[in-house]
Design a protein around this ligand. Sequence first.
Ligand SMILES: NC(=O)c1ccc[n+]([C@@H]2O[C@H](COP(=O)([O-])OP(=O)(O)OC[C@H]3O[C@@H](n4cnc5c(N)ncnc54)[C@H](OP(=O)(O)O)[C@@H]3O)[C@@H](O)[C@H]2O)c1
Length: 318
Amino acid sequence: MQSASSDECARVVVVTGASSGIGLATALAAARHGDHVVLFARGLAALQVAATACEGAGAASSRLLCVDVRDAAAVQDAVRTVLQWHGHIDAVVHSAGVVAYGRFEDVPPEVFDRVITTNVLGPANVVRAVLPGMRQRGTGAIVVLGSLLGRIAAPHMSAYAVSKWAVRSLVRHLQVENRDLPGVTISCLSPGGVDTPIYLQAANYLGHVGRPPPPVLSPEKVAAAALRLIDHPRRNVEVGATNRLVTLGFAVLPRLYDAIVTPLFDVAATDRRHPTPAGPGNVLQPTPEAYRLHGDQGSAVHSILAGVRSRLLGPPDS
Ligand SMILES: NC(=O)c1ccc[n+]([C@@H]2O[C@H](COP(=O)([O-])OP(=O)(O)OC[C@H]3O[C@@H](n4cnc5c(N)ncnc54)[C@H](OP(=O)(O)O)[C@@H]3O)[C@@H](O)[C@H]2O)c1
């Protein structure tokens, strides 16, 4: 898919996980900026919708490639295709990621493994494929989505949190190794809770759905931070008013943190009003019917009140 208004001067921006949430918001923001956007995700249908929206938003061109970021060879092929189309890549925003909810021993091993491989090997494969071209040109920006959970521990999200700690480590090591490339920047962008569909399409072995804990960010705000990092690179950027406070509490008061994190998580980061059957969600394969820009889970206040009520009185059906 390519729009008529192709512009030789426009940047070439690759966005992974571009069919939903933060990736979709980033692709749309780049499109509004007039960039050439190339959208990666596994599922074709949602990518087509996203590419059409990017065209409408003003992209110099909008193309898509179905690629599973876990597959190193497929990622290499996809990046080769982008280079054939555009000759170079100016920036990559790696947003593809999946979540699993449940106690460690309740999450099936194949789901746990898939969260780790998607979230850790995914960015490794993408960086491995794009870095040589950027090294050759001496310029380029890579932004990898981390998470507040890459700095702290949270109950019932072990696979995801382990993967995001690894993402932060991967980016940190890449920053050390590529100090000889001042024009090539690698940034880790770590939001707190963002209103995207990820919570509803996550693998879930908890019994009720997860939700973004307040203060809830919009995907547009995180996308704006990602685009800012392309122009004004920084090594690590946190988005979320309480990220630093939570991280500080985790580091400085570990015993207090451990004592309060599970009740706080139950109340603020899950929604007891919405029971859900156990299943892998979009972890093993895409769930395109759920993909869109926002999560639209409604008021955090009502959800938190339901969480408090169920902790005090027990679940509604008990
Ligand atoms: N939402 C939050 O509160 C939050 C907070 C902190 C960090 N983050 C991070 O931000 C990133 C985006 O999250 P989101 O909330 O925007 O998620 P989302 O709405 O669920 O979107 C996930 C995107 O990733 C794609 N994807 C999943 N597995 C893939 C794979 N193996 N290969 C290629 N693409 C894949 C999905 O498309 P297909 O299924 O079609 O592949 C979809 O486009 C993630 O890395 C997440 O960890 C999110």
